[in-house]
Design a binder for this molecule. Structure first.
Ligand code: KE4
Length: 450
């Protein structure tokens, strides 16, 4: 259904434009919201065109405002591991909402959530709920600074830990997508305490540690990167960071906002058997509602108010609605370990199918997959870090993205984002995705301008 829009122009001529609803809504949105979006990652800036406005979703099918349906590989950027509108999550939110949506006071639900997180991730001896991954990560580095009395942090170029000032220096995700990995507005005073190493390069970390001897409070990383596109750790990388943190008395922080409860019930820590000092969570832990969390060793976490002097707070932290949604999702994952086996099989099926299609069409590509996180980089290089991720052909990605969108496949609108699979993807949906790729790739090739 096209959406008739009557626009008034300065000379009072009326222009009737046949626009689809997303185009109309995008024009409307830009009159009230910067860039028409509440997060730049949704703006389609790197792929061009109009961001699709969605009105509903169920399982792995998402429906836009014109009623067009898509197979969803964004999944709200990770939370929807059980698919959209998962019945137990919906019921939990409905039931909780009748008892008020927030008290600003402690509830039993928060204890249940903390207990379940500890059960699934055993080295989280203490955990604090917050409202986003950004809050979780910024709180974790404050705790590390408060605990060690040191000021510098080491992060990795192209890793994204949310939009707190300390992280917006050579960041990934939307910052990288927009070609602005370092943001104006971050003061020199802040930036000087953020050191950037190269992902999968232990030497670059050791150099920074030696150059800043005794000054590094923490090393924070995505144990499997999703925000440069999916980039897994090379063998020994995580183990090497663990060793360096022990040697230099720095806090090792795994940002598992994406990987937590996705790569295994115990996240990347369990999958790679490398255990950080602090871990941050988001996305899946909230079942799609605004929840973040950070936790780890009691000795470290007890520096936080009201136990210790490091201040951290939040009006809506641990609110009953978000806790109910998160508990419904996490307990389903905890009680159904077979879901992780199923996700692995579906991801392997999709990856192998895509590789077959890409090879058939003689496309230069490198595919990274870790569990249900997948990315295709259109490059001859093996993508293991920021530099090689940036060799991806962004024009070809743009063409591929839109040809897939036309065929009802909704991929993350950026070459620097991971695809996320859900348990609700059926073989038929995976096959439809492969058929779409079969059509889309030669067309993208034909449209590509060298
Ligand atoms: P939020 O503040 O967006 O909840 O979480 C920040 C964050 C922290 N750490 C990791 C590893 C993350 O992936 C994120 C957020 N991820 C992006 C997607 N790449 C969120 C999408 C967006 O910004 O709209």
């Amino acid at each position: 259904m096209c959406y008739n829009l009557v626009l008034k122009t300065q000379d009072s001529r009326l222009i009737t434009m046949l626009l689809n609803k997303s185009e109309y809504l995008f024009k409307q949105a830009q009159q009230f919201i910067p860039g028409g979006v509440n997060s730049p990652a949704r703006a389609f800036k790197s792929v061009g065109g109009i961001p699709v406005f969605f009105k509903k979703a169920k399982g792995s099918i998402i429906t836009d405002e014109d009623g067009n349906q898509f197979i969803d590989y964004v999944g709200s950027w990770g939370p929807m591991i059980l698919g959209h509108a998962f019945p137990a999550v919906v019921k939990a939110v409905q039931d909780a909402s009748f008892n008020s949506t927030s008290f600003g006071a402690p509830t039993e639900l928060e204890i249940k959530m903390a207990e379940l997180v500890q059960q699934m991730v055993p080295n989280v001896e203490r955990v604090r709920m917050v409202n986003s991954g950004t809050e979780a990560c910024m709180s974790a580095i404050r705790v590390a600074r408060g605990y060690t009395g040191k000021e510098k942090i080491i992060k990795f170029e192209g890793n994204y830990h949310g939009h707190a000032d300390s992280f917006l220096i050579q960041a990934g995700s939307g910052a990288l997508t927009l070609g602005k990995p370092s943001s104006p507005g971050v003061t020199k005073g802040t930036a000087k305490d953020t050191l950037n190493a190269d992902y999968n390069d232990l030497d670059s970390v050791e150099k920074l540690l030696k150059k800043n001897k005794g000054k590094v409070a923490a090393i924070i990383l995505e144990p499997v990167v999703g925000n440069m596109g999916c980039i897994p750790p090379l063998p020994g990388f995580l183990e090497g960071l663990r060793k360096l943190c022990d040697e230099h008395e720095a806090v090792l922080i795994f940002d598992e906002v994406m990987t937590g409860f996705r790569l295994a019930r115990g996240g990347a820590q369990e999958r790679f058997d490398v255990w950080a000092d602090l871990v941050t969570f988001g996305k899946i832990i909230g079942g799609g509602l605004p929840v973040g969390a950070f936790g780890g060793k009691k000795e470290i976490m007890d520096v936080i108010a009201p136990v210790g002097p490091v201040y951290q707070a939040g009006t809506l932290s641990g609110n009953p609605l978000a806790m109910s949604a998160g508990l419904a999702q996490l307990s389903t994952l905890e009680n159904h370990p077979e879901y992780y086996v199923e996700l692995e099989e579906k991801s392997d099926y999709l990856a192998k199918g895509l590789q077959h299609v890409l090879n058939q069409h003689g496309i230069d590509y490198h595919m990274n997959r870790e569990g249900s996180m997948i990315s295709i980089f259109f490059t001859k290089d093996k993508v293991t870090g920021f530099k090689t991720a940036n060799t991806t052909d962004q024009q070809f990605f743009r063409l591929f993205f839109h040809e897939m969108l036309k065929r009802g496949i909704y991929l993350p609108p950026s070459p620097f984002e991971s695809w996320f699979l859900a348990t609700t993807l059926t073989t038929a949906m995976l096959d439809k995705t492969l058929e779409a790729a079969e059509d889309a790739l030669p067309i993208a090739k034909s449209l590509y301008k060298k």
